[in-house]
Design a protein around this ligand. Structure first.
Ligand code: UT7
Length: 332
């Protein structure tokens, strides 16, 4: 029997309208546009405004657009996997809320928490369900409202993050297309360098935790930076090596958008020129689980059937990984 692979047959992103510029951040914290652009590559990011608006609002907007664009009946969706570290609430899962909002009544859904590598972890999982032959249409969403856990008095983190969502449709193929190989890694000993101190079962919310600002993302930036550069480049190089790929064989590197300097270092190590690196960090910042699908969405018109793509990420956990895939369709 022919091997079944999962291929991406559609991509859609969603970003909120509100644009938070570096100039605006200069009014909130001691920073400046020149520092932010030269140290991170970020010029602006999107923020989801409004009461009771969580990650599911953005995730549902992306999935709705995806269903329309691909002409897919929501009732035909088997499974929705949502990668997020900013769920609407601890339970139910944000995936459940998205499925309800888009009318995917025959699907089941759940969340995956692997921080900035979340989309890759969820994509790998979705791919496995397709490969078994039991699932025909799986949607993988990355959605994060990072503004809900960012301290806008902390200049070391508030300049980095933004809100957004992206979703892909996975379907089976027996052609030589789709997700070809995956390397995923995690190491919980990295937790002290990037985490949220309170709000979980170890340290539930109290007045004290709120007053101590323990419900915000905490990051030791330069330590995370060093691990990110090494590990993201390592797995990307490894996935290329074990598939016999050289820099010239890769059409696109699709890196997690945390810092332009990390992306440049990864591309360098892979022998890939800047013209083949997807980058939109300047307009969205770090949207955590949404960065990779938002990149694919932005560059969709430039992708051709059979293009070799390497998707790579590093994030809280630590978690990291690389996925090698062959793009499955020409621009429509
Ligand atoms: O996506 C999840 C994974 N996360 C990442 O991959 C992020 C990895 N880390 C980074 O991207 C970088 O470490 C940062 C962008 C967060 C920081 O850049 P850096 O080059 O590592 O700077 P640093 O933390 O070493 O700080 C250098 C200086 C410090 O001042 P002193 O101590 O040298 O006087 C900081 O206080 O820059 C200062 N600084 C700022 N200055 C102006 C830190 N943040 C700012 C700021 N504006 N926003």
């Amino acid at each position: 029997m022919d091997k079944i692979r999962a291929m991406i047959t559609g991509i859609q992103g969603y970003v909120p309208d509100y644009i938070l510029t570096n100039k605006e951040l200069e009014k909130l914290v001691e920073t400046n546009d020149e520092w932010i652009v030269s140290r991170t590559g970020i010029k602006e990011r999107r923020i989801l405004k409004g009461e009771d608006q969580g990650s599911s609002v953005m995730g549902a907007a992306a999935v709705k657009g995806l269903l329309e664009k691909t002409g897919t009946d929501p009732l035909d969706i088997d499974l929705i996997i949502c990668a997020t570290v900013t769920p609407d609430m601890p339970f139910p899962a944000t995936g459940n809320l998205i499925a309800d909002k888009v009318g995917a009544k025959n699907s089941y859904s759940f969340d995956v928490g692997a921080a900035c590598s979340g989309f890759l972890f969820a994509l790998n999982m979705g791919s496995q369900y397709i490969q078994t032959g039991t699932h025909k249409k799986v949607i993988v969403v990355g959605a994060d409202k990072m503004s809900s856990i960012v301290d806008y008095t902390d200049r070391t983190t508030c300049i980095l993050f933004g809100d957004g969502a992206g979703a892909v449709l996975l379907e089976p193929t027996t052609e030589d297309l789709g997700i070809m190989d995956t390397i995923l890694r995690s190491d919980g000993s990295g937790a002290p360098y990037l985490h949220m101190k309170a709000g979980g079962s170890a340290r539930p919310a109290t007045i004290d935790t709120v007053m101590a600002k323990e419900h915000f993302a905490y990051q030791e930036g330069s330590t995370v930076f060093k691990f990110a550069v090494t590990n993201m480049a390592d797995v990307s190089a490894k996935v290329m090596e074990r598939n016999g790929l050289k820099g010239e064989d890769i059409a696109w590197l699709v890196p997690h958008q945390a810092n332009k300097r990390i992306i440049d270092a990864t591309a360098n190590r892979m022998g890939i020129g800047p013209e083949k690196v997807m980058m939109n960090i300047e307009k969205y910042g770090n949207t955590t689980a949404a960065t990779i699908p938002l990149c694919l969405w932005d560059y969709e018109k430039q992708l051709k059937k059979g293009d070799n793509l390497v998707l790579a990420a590093f994030g809280g956990g630590f978690t990291w990984g690389a996925i090698y895939l062959k793009w499955a369709y020409d621009p429509k």
